[in-house]
Design a protein around this ligand. Structure first.
Ligand SMILES: *Cc1c(COP(=O)(O)O)cnc(C)c1O
Length: 426
């Protein structure tokens, strides 16, 4: 099925007892066992079914199947936030003394997690000089357990060459983990280009209405964990915390996501509430339509900004002059996302004046909402970074990040225009 159809029907078969058409919200903590033997079989993962909602829930399971189908993966695990997804995705392949390589352009909180939290726990994250595959390769050694990137970096708007990064990773026998939040599977499916694991903040374009937080980890089912048994003992040796289960034997191709659920979701419990799963499913139904409009509006707004006398620069991969245009062509057919950055003429003060003059476009730290949103990364999402880290992450002091919504583009442009004109006295 095509994405438009999967988004509406994927993962749900009409529930047989009630014939409910909408996905039911299973607001329950536990599930009754038929007998002690049935309970034991569930605990031993010998029969399919539910035990306790920290491990799995039928409403969330629909969302998991739908997201996995949209991304072309074998299985998914949905968790409470995008950050929880990223944390679990990396923890699942690393141990004390190992490292991962990351491109430098990252979501601010992911950078904090990588640069400070993981490092404090004995997992080193090495940041490449740029998102170029060669700069990633030079940092890989025998302790490297994954390469990490955002398909479209937030807020930098850079586009990673997923195919090339997957080649590099696979040459060294390690998986590529891709955060596909900004692109969404509607525009790009990293697994089609060789990515092994995809993570999401469903909070953004997938949910799409700024109402609900959620995260997802999608397993491509293709990484050969068994072949690299020495590097990844966690999938290949009996897990004493789970009565000796060997994940590659029990879950076969889905060993990665099976372990993620059995180990991290079960013992640390960043659970997505079933009501949130329901709301995210509602959002996903219209994701293909919304993303299409986001893209059209994004182009119109980018062209308006480029032609405006008060705008110093616009970073938008849809323009031929963008350094990422070739990759935008390769991965998005020349289109670009509705996320863009620009600088107002007159530096920091003008940027601030512009930001304060916005009336329709909201001032906040979110993206991928139906509403148009603006953010000043240097003072908010990326404020904890040093100037050098900000520079590497593609964040300059005057930079405004715009997430163009699906209002009428004339109204968005009118608001941006009046706010830009408000900077003229400076
Ligand atoms: C927002 C975001 C996250 C974090 O997701 P939450 O749901 O807010 O935890 C991770 N990566 C990217 C690219 C994001 O935009």
């Amino acid at each position: 099925m095509r994405p438009e159809t999967i988004a509406i029907h994927g993962g749900y078969e009409i529930e047989p007892t009630t014939k409910a058409v909408a996905v039911p919200i299973y607001q329950t903590v536990a599930y009754a066992f038929d007998s002690a033997d049935h309970g034991a079989a569930l605990f031993n993962l010998e029969v399919e079914g539910y035990r306790y909602s920290r491990i799995s829930n039928p409403t969330t399971a629909v969302l998991e199947r739908r997201v996995a189908a949209l991304e072309g993966g074998i299985e998914a695990l949905c968790v409470s936030t995008g950050q929880a997804a990223i944390n679990y995705a990396v923890l699942n392949v690393t141990e004390l003394g190992t490292n991962i390589i990351s491109v430098p352009q990252l979501y601010g909180t992911t950078h904090t997690l990588f640069a400070h939290i993981f490092r404090g726990q004995g997992v080193e994250v090495r940041f490449a000089r740029s998102d170029r595959p060669g700069d990633v390769t030079e940092l890989i050694d025998d302790k490297t357990r994954a390469v990490y990137c955002e398909s479209v970096g937030n807020p930098a708007g850079n586009i990673c060459d997923i195919e090339a990064l997957a080649h590099v990773s696979h040459d060294y026998g390690i998986p590529l983990i891709v955060d596909n939040t900004v692109a969404t599977p509607i525009l790009l499916r990293p697994i089609d280009y060789g990515a092994d694991v995809v993570v999401h903040s469903l909070t953004k374009f997938m949910g799409g209405h700024g109402t609900t937080m959620g995260g997802a980890i999608v397993d491509s089912g293709r990484f050969p964990w068994k072949r690299y048994a020495n590097r990844f003992p966690m999938f290949n040796q009996p897990d004493l915390s789970y009565h000796g289960l060997v994940y590659v034997d029990h879950f076969k191709d889905a060993a990665y996501i099976g372990r993620c659920r059995c180990v991290y979701q079960r013992t640390t419990g960043a659970v997505l509430p079933p009501l949130s799963a329901f709301l995210l499913l509602q959002g996903i139904e219209t994701a293909p339509l919304r993303v299409e409009r986001h893209v059209v509006n994004g182009r119109r707004v980018a062209e308006f900004l480029r032609g405006h006398p008060r705008v110093e620069w616009v970073q938008y991969a849809g323009f031929p002059e963008s350094p990422y245009h070739a990759l935008a062509k390769k991965y998005f057919g020349g289109a670009a996302c509705s996320l863009m950055t620009f600088g107002v003429k007159g530096g920091f003060e003008a940027g601030k004046k512009f930001y304060d003059a916005l009336k329709l476009v909201l001032r906040l730290v979110n993206l991928g909402d139906a509403k148009s949103l603006a953010c000043h990364p240097a003072s908010t999402t990326h404020r904890q970074m040093t100037s050098e880290e900000k520079h590497k992450a593609g964040v300059s002091p005057e930079m405004i990040r715009l997430s163009v919504g699906i209002e009428h583009s004339d109204d968005i442009i009118a608001d941006l225009d009046q706010a830009l004109r408000a900077t003229e006295e400076i």
